[in-house]
Design a protein around this ligand. Structure first.
Ligand code: UDP
Length: 492
């Protein structure tokens, strides 16, 4: 049987909020669907060529390509969590608590680091805490293309690729709409995929290559493009009351952005609505709302982190959310008018402008504005509701993940051509990156010296030691990272 060629795509993310992982999952799911289609088309053509199809006689066999399309292996890695060291890993984990409990302080950090000089200083300090991890990651996964979906990972990854002396296409997918942090556009990437024209203008203002920027929209899951059950059926499935407007309340993956205040304000105003509250990973808020739900003056259902956001949105009439770019774009795909109950200072300010400028929602500065805005939308025959829904339909790009996926796939070499890991330079790079094995060998050697004789004999026969000896016999370790021979053949 013919061997299907494989291409590996490595997505670099960080679980700061849930947006980066959601975007990576969305593109992965789009690639999977594209791949299924490629395989179906190829199999259909093969049948025609071999004459097993009824339409065989009408098709010219010579026009048909016989090379099988590749299978895509996709790895999504939280680099800070899995490949960085103390205290960088711990610092990144503070994102969730920071935007929940001290968003102003987070905003100050965002602004301070949003300049070339301060960003360079931060990156110089942080680089030793992540550089070796990235080298280890890249050399163990051996990707054919790398996609970064986190601003802070771009510069570190480009540096790691430079040290490897391999050309692996590197693509940045920007998941903020307007107010982009300086680190999104690290010079040297092969492509920058941005969601809006405003983002493209910021890119051009940095005097980077205009041919490398592509405005393709914000990646949202392909599930948002599929038809679902009717609104009534979804509401019944979720256990909602028929005929009462449904207000969805979300605060991103971390359940941030004034969720609790919004619930209390709607309850106090006794609006004729029912609430669908999603607290994400905010376990404390989930427990609190479950405990106090009975005291609310409006019917409410409370969920933790949900996996069926398209259904939740399609069952709703209005969304109240913080200005997370993922949630905003998903809401647009579900024709929902948006009430913004908060935003992360600095980072999400541009998303607020995006919602207001396109007239798909409002920003509620306080509880009164929130209740007034909601009242306007749920009024029977609401003009605001009609206008904002129409604008959402116009603005939404539910198929963006497919366009982004196609752009990424266009950077892969055609099946049959040797990828970056088949070059002779790469063959030398692979073993030289085995830093962990190197240090474990040093540890084992010093341990061997200290062991009593009898124990030493059984130690020398252990599988780990035998494996290391075999590796050493085959030339391990040949050289250190970064000391590549510049004259070495890099082509085949
Ligand atoms: N999300 C989800 N389940 C939840 C809460 C959020 O799947 O319970 C998803 C949501 O659909 C969106 C992402 O998490 O895709 C949140 O991204 P956003 O950019 O809005 O905010 P962030 O969490 O990154 O601050």
């Amino acid at each position: 049987m013919e061997k299907i060629p494989q291409r590996t795509i490595l997505f670099l993310i960080a679980d700061t909020g849930a947006g980066h992982r959601s975007a990576a999952n969305a593109i992965r799911n789009a690639i999977t669907l594209i791949s299924q289609k490629e395989q179906e088309v190829w199999h259909a053509r093969q049948q025609i060529v071999s004459g097993t199809s009824t339409g065989a006689r009408e098709q010219p066999a010579t026009a048909v390509s016989s090379a099988s399309p590749p299978a895509y292996r996709i790895e999504i890695v939280d680099v800070f969590e899995e490949y960085s060291r103390f205290p960088l890993r711990e610092a990144v984990k503070l994102y969730g608590p920071a935007i929940r409990y001290n968003p102003k302080m987070y905003g100050r950090v965002f602004r301070l680091s949003n300049k070339y000089r301060s960003l360079t200083a931060v990156q110089t300090v942080a680089s030793p805490l992540i550089h070796n991890g990235l080298l280890r990651l890249i050399t163990s996964v051996q990707p054919d293309v790398i996609v970064s979906i986190h601003p802070l990972l771009n510069q570190f990854t480009l540096k790691a690729l430079q040290d490897l002396h391999l050309h692996i296409p590197f693509i940045t997918v920007v998941t903020d709409l307007v107010s982009l942090h300086y680190s999104w556009f690290a010079p040297g990437a092969d492509a920058y995929i941005v969601p809006t024209e405003e983002a493209r203008e910021l890119y051009l203002a940095r005097k980077l290559d205009p041919d490398r920027v592509h405005v393709l929209g914000m990646p949202i899951d392909p599930k948002f493009t599929r038809p679902t059950a009717s609104k009534q059926e979804l509401q019944r499935k979720i256990g909602l009351e028929p005929g009462l407007p449904v207000v969805l309340l979300v605060g991103g993956g971390d359940g941030a952005g004034g969720l609790q205040v919004a619930v209390r304000a709607i309850s106090r105003a006794r609006l004729p609505v029912q609430l669908l509250i999603i607290t994400g990973r905010n376990k404390r808020l989930y427990a609190y709302l479950q405990r106090t739900r009975k005291n609310l003056r409006v019917p409410a259902k409370v969920f933790g982190f949900v996996q069926n956001m398209p259904e939740m949105m399609r069952a709703s009439d209005v969304i109240i959310t913080k200005a997370g770019p993922g949630t905003i774009n998903e809401a647009l795909a579900c024709d929902l008018p948006i009430i913004l109950s908060g935003y992360v200072p600095g980072q999400e300010e541009g998303n607020v402008d995006f919602v207001l400028k396109n007239d798909v929602g409002i920003l509620a500065h306080d509880s009164i504005e929130l209740v007034d805005g909601l009242r306007r939308l749920i009024k029977p025959g609401s003009v605001t509701m009609r206008r904002q829904v129409a604008n959402a339909k116009r603005l939404s790009r539910p198929h963006a993940s497919f366009d982004i996926a196609s752009c990424i796939l266009s950077f892969l070499l055609p099946a049959g051509q040797p990828g970056p890991w088949q070059t002779s330079l790469a063959r030398n790079r692979r073993p030289s990156m085995s830093m962990r094995l190197r240090s474990s060998e040093v540890r084992l050697r010093s341990l061997r010296r200290r062991l009593p004789r009898m124990t030493r004999v059984s130690f020398l026969k252990s599988p780990v030691v035998s494996r290391l000896s075999r590796m050493r016999a085959s030339g391990f370790p040949p050289r250190f990272i970064g000391l590549a021979d510049k004259n070495q053949d890099n082509t085949t």
